[in-house]
Design a protein around this ligand. Structure first.
Ligand SMILES: C[S@@+](CC[C@H](N)C(=O)[O-])C[C@H]1O[C@@H](n2cnc3c(N)ncnc32)[C@H](O)[C@@H]1O
Length: 245
């Protein structure tokens, strides 16, 4: 495919991830994926490892895991990929993932499986599982976390929205409507104490907080959002943990 053809194909897709496809073509994703990559602490060397990306969407983290030497990478995203493309859906289903995989010459495997169907029997277990930006979108997050955790043999990298940062007691905030950033697909945000307690309960020996936002950063962001007429509380933010067996 010529660079011009590639640019045309890329322009016909609504991207979530920002992926460098080479030849100066970078997908115009709304997500600052390379920046987020720095925060999640994906191991530099994944040589010989198997990796599962739960909620892979356009596949940025799957392709990155492969680039870092993973022997096998499996990507799933029932929510984004199964949604029929067309009226009522502004997104492009699996088209971004498929195009990026083709252009990158990637061997990442895509599997069509629902989160509620995940089990070691159905999909196997993996050295590393990445579960980024999905938990708070789930109406029923606790069983899903348990199912995803059961698939990680060594390391689970979990990135999530968090809330109730004032309290050290394990707790979770519920958003029945669009309370969190006006997005009705956001349902629940745990606090870090709950994330840690749940993961320990699922058999991880260590749960390390590898990224959390400082109070001054959160305070400035909250004030900035308020100036723009948005509501994002100081006690809300993002968290990345590495849970190890
Ligand atoms: C913010 S994106 C994160 C994508 C990617 N993991 C990342 O971190 O860049 C949210 C992801 O959650 C998935 N998702 C949203 N609601 C879901 C649901 N009810 N069940 C399963 N997955 C869901 C979406 O398909 C999407 O892949």
């Amino acid at each position: 495919m010529s660079v011009e053809e590639l640019r045309r194909e890329v322009a016909g897709i609504r991207w979530f991830h920002t992926i460098d496809l080479g030849d100066g073509v970078v997908t115009p994703g709304e997500d600052a994926s390379p920046e987020k990559l720095r925060r999640i602490g994906l191991p530099r060397d994944l040589g010989g490892k198997t990796v599962l990306d739960v909620g892979a969407w356009d596949g940025f983290y799957s392709f990155e895991a492969e680039r870092r030497g993973a022997e096998r990478v499996v990507a799933i995203d029932p929510n984004a990929w199964r949604a029929p493309v067309g009226p009522g859906n502004p997104w492009s289903g699996q088209q971004g993932f498929n195009l990026a995989r083709r252009v990158l010459g990637s061997g990442v495997e895509d599997v069509d499986i629902g989160l509620e169907e995940l089990s070691p029997e159905r999909i196997g277990t993996f050295d590393v599982v990445v579960f980024l930006g999905v938990l708070y979108h789930l109406p029923d997050p606790l069983p899903a976390l348990e199912r995803v955790a059961a698939l990680a043999d060594e390391l689970l990298i979990l990135e999530t929205q968090v809330d109730l940062l004032w309290t050290r007691r394990p707790a979770m905030a519920y958003y029945p409507g669009g309370e969190l950033l006006g997005d009705a697909s956001n349902w629940w945000a745990p606090n870090p104490a709950l994330v840690e307690a749940l993961l320990r309960g699922h058999g991880f020996r260590t749960v390390e907080r590898v990224h959390r936002e400082s109070l001054p950063y959160r305070a400035v962001r909250s004030a900035y959002r308020r100036l723009r007429g948005q509501r994002y509380l100081v006690q809300q933010g993002r968290l990345v943990v590495h849970a190890r067996r």
